[in-house]
Design a protein around this ligand. Sequence first.
Ligand SMILES: [Zn+2]
Length: 104
Amino acid sequence: MREDNVTGEIKEKLLKLQKKRRLAFFVMICFFPIGVFIAKTLESSPFAGILIFVYFIFTGFLLTKVAFHKCPRCHKFFFFSSSWANGFTNKCLNCGINFRGEEL
Ligand SMILES: [Zn+2]
């Protein structure tokens, strides 16, 4: 079920997906400095390990949620195709639409 013209709603969803991916990557990149900060600040407290673990789970949750996001146009996984997976791509691996709603 593929539409040839990209509606504003699809473009909006694609931009939302792009923002979610940026946020997930940002949280992932911040994991190390925040983990070091928590470990240094709460040195001998067992609470430090719990906080770092919660942040780790949160990061994994965000990345998983973005990775299994469906394309608003073709309704298949955006970052997965039947033969390939790429979390860094800017276009749907199934229909080829990019985050700005243009066909590549
Ligand atoms: Zn698609």
